[in-house]
Design a protein around this ligand. Structure first.
Ligand code: HEC
Length: 161
């Protein structure tokens, strides 16, 4: 990459980081922290290995799934939570999902559904940033969720049996 392009990217990332830094609670910011992207392998519509070899935390995953600034899964999916007032119904209910499918399938869905169903409206939460067509400036080189956040959500989904 030439130095000018590098400088532009550095400025963009710097601006995005400032936004994270300025938020009252960085943990609930819409922007994941910058981290290097881990390549994943798909076999028969499954991603069997955890992203970057990370272990998920189901408690954190539940918070991410219901956080309107982060996973926001409840915008499209029903989940059986007493404390969530309204659910979207565009996607199928995720109640009992961990008992219906293997973890590798669920990981594939969350990471990049569009890679096998280009018509899906579900965001690819860990889609290769290089494949995202004209992302908003703040998302250049980023995934919607970090690898750790994706693994947290999956750990949580696996508890819903
Ligand atoms: C903009 C709406 C939208 C959002 C947000 C969304 N999904 Fe989806 N999801 C869908 C739709 C629609 C489908 C049905 C299949 C398809 O169209 O790809 C789906 C399918 C799925 C499936 C497969 C279900 C099955 O029975 O095969 C899983 C698992 C899933 N979503 C998990 C999640 C998780 C976890 C999140 C949050 C991190 C999330 N989704 C966020 C719309 C969404």
């Amino acid at each position: 990459m030439n130095p000018a392009a590098k400088a532009i990217i550095a400025v963009l990332l710097g601006a995005a980081l400032c936004r994270v830094g300025a938020a009252a609670d960085p943990a609930s910011s819409a922007l994941p922290m910058v981290e290097s992207y881990c390549q994943w392998q798909q076999t028969d519509l499954m991603i069997n290995e955890p992203l970057c070899g990370l272990k998920g935390d189901a408690q954190r995953g539940r918070a991410i799934a219901t956080d309107g600034n982060r996973g926001n899964c409840v915008a499209c999916h029903n989940m059986p939570f007493a404390d969530v007032e309204a659910y979207g119904t565009i996607g199928p209910s995720l109640a009992g999902i961990g008992g219906r499918y293997p973890e590798g399938y669920i990981r594939m869905r969350v990471v990049d559904t569009k890679s096998f169903n280009p018509a899906s409206i579900m965001p690819g939460y860990y889609r290769d940033p290089a494949k995202i067509h004209r992302p908003a400036t703040a998302y250049v080189g980023r995934t919607f969720l970090t690898a750790q956040q994706v693994e947290d959500v999956i750990a949580f989904l696996m508890t819903m049996k």
